[in-house]
Design a protein around this ligand. Structure first.
Ligand code: PLP
Length: 468
């Protein structure tokens, strides 16, 4: 498999380079040069396999066997999901006649990001071991990526990890899941700014070739292709369970950086019968405005009850744009430049119209989110987290289309206990492995939204790339 950059001026790369570098040097994101196909028989054969085996089948075409053999891949996927606390890994729960909830919160940090990141940690370890090198992971998080990445990288010999998060904009549970990890290779940086500021700081460090080369900077945000790839598997698993390839499916996905829903798009490009994808947004509704009416214009980020979706510039959207623009990297680079300068995506109406066969969007504000949590609790006796509630509400607002509909439950309710309690009066308890989280000591530094301050902190603590 060869990978190309969405901005068209980075040479093709094999999986190894894509995994280790994250972002392409031209500022673009890596995507496969062509989509591998899973034919109907291959899809049908997934039902009945254990979850790690499904992952191995789905990701196999994206990774060269010379780098990761079949045996290595079987071991890496097995280890990745061994720490999940539900025997089905990604269980489905029927919530009405044609709608299922896909529970993606049984991993170590209680959010769907564990699915890709646990595997990413294993892939990094394997590849760095082959090369005799180490890497410095630098990431920005609006909450859940941080803890999932830290859990995936902690105590691994070949990695240091620096995680930037916006001060006061992540929940206490989310923050503590990062800052209470007691591992010498984990560095938490609280930034006086927004998530987008954190993401910009990370991008600026990646653009610094000196820093990047000396410390082997690498990303685990959803800009890393391996994240997208790792998430694609649960779409196949859920659909196979519910009768694919013989049925059509729609998925409703609570969306921030557009990584999760883009993984659904990838599954469809590979042959999964997906007829409709609903992008569910909170009050930070740039994606909703784009899919609804072609308006992709930046406004400020407002804190909401679903903080992992408090994003205005959704990195992975560029990957979809690349396909919508017929894979013309120069055109994507120009459009992104204009978007950065003017705050408005040019030609948005045409791109939006072209995407509407497959995509639609819905938005829920905080009041609607709370009433959705309350309604689900009253009607089904089930507690759902605010991100999941946005998706369930979006499903209810969307017209039925005769498909089997799967709504993604992306976080455990105990990760966002304040919102759940506000809506229902019930404070969901943390599962046993995290029950003393609020008593553990925290480790983090707080820095200004200032590139040189953050860069110097990384320089002072990271380990150079080459091993002596
Ligand atoms: C990260 C996250 C999202 C948003 O996912 P994207 O891939 O960024 O679109 C939604 N819900 C939860 C709980 C998350 O952690």
């Amino acid at each position: 498999m060869k990978y190309v950059s969405t901005r068209g001026s980075t040479p093709e790369q094999a999986f190894e380079g894509v995994l280790l570098s994250g972002l392409a040097r031209d500022g673009g994101l890596f995507v496969p040069g062509a989509w591998p196909a899973m034919d109907p028989a291959a899809i049908a054969s997934l039902d009945g396999l254990a979850y790690p085996q499904i992952v191995a089948r789905v990701v196999r075409p994206f990774i060269e066997e010379t780098l990761v053999s079949d045996d290595d891949l079987a071991r890496i996927t097995e280890e990745a999901y061994a720490g999940f606390r539900h025997p089905a890994i990604a269980p489905l729960r029927q919530i009405d006649a044609d709608t299922w909830l896909l529970e993606l919160f049984h991993g170590p940090t209680l959010a769907f990001k564990d699915f890709a990141l646990q595997m990413l940690g294993g892939l990094f370890d394997h590849v760095l071991g082959l090369r005799g090198e180490r890497l410095t992971i630098v990431g920005a998080t609006s909450g859940d990526t941080g803890s999932a990445a830290i859990e995936a990288c902690r105590d691994r010999d070949n990695l240091d990890i620096f995680m930037l998060y916006p001060e006061g904009r992540v929940s206490e549970v989310q923050r503590r899941q990062m800052t209470t990890v007691d591992a010498a290779n984990v560095y938490n940086i609280e930034v006086r700014g927004t998530f987008d500021d954190c993401q910009d700081l990370v991008k600026a460090m990646f653009a610094d070739d000196g820093l990047r080369d000396e410390f082997g900077l690498s990303a685990v945000n959803s800009i890393n292709w391996a994240r997208v790839m790792g998430q694609t598997a649960y779409y196949f698993a859920a659909a196979a369970r519910l009768g694919a390839p013989g049925r059509e499916f729609s998925f409703v996905v609570p969306t921030g950086n557009f990584g999760n829903v883009y993984s659904a798009y990838v599954a469809r490009e590979m042959g999964l019968p997906v007829s409709h994808l609903v992008v569910a947004a909170n009050r930070n509704d740039i994606l909703y405005r784009f899919f609804d009416r072609g308006d992709m214009s930046i406004s400020g980020v407002e804190p909401s009850l679903s903080p992992s979706m408090d994003i205005q510039v959704s990195s992975n959207f560029e990957r979809l744009m690349f396909d919508l623009m017929d894979r013309d990297g120069t055109a994507v680079a120009d459009a992104m430049q204009a978007f950065r300068t003017d705050g408005v995506l040019p030609d948005g109406e045409r791109l939006s119209t072209d995407s509407r066969d497959l995509f639609s969007a819905q938005r829920l504000d905080d009041d609607e989110t709370l009433s959705e949590i309350r309604r689900v609790h009253e009607e089904a006796g089930m507690l759902v987290d605010p991100h999941t509630a946005v998706a369930i509400g979006a499903a209810r607002k969307s017209p039925r289309d005769g498909t089997k509909r799967v709504v993604l439950a992306t976080a455990h309710p105990a990760k966002f206990p304040d919102a759940v309690e506000q809506a229902t009066g019930i404070r969901p308890g943390l599962p046993p492995h995290l029950s003393d989280l609020l008593d553990r000591p925290e480790r983090a530094v707080t820095l200004d939204n200032d590139l040189s301050a953050v860069r110097e902190h990384v320089r002072a603590h990271a380990t150079p790339r080459r091993k002596d």
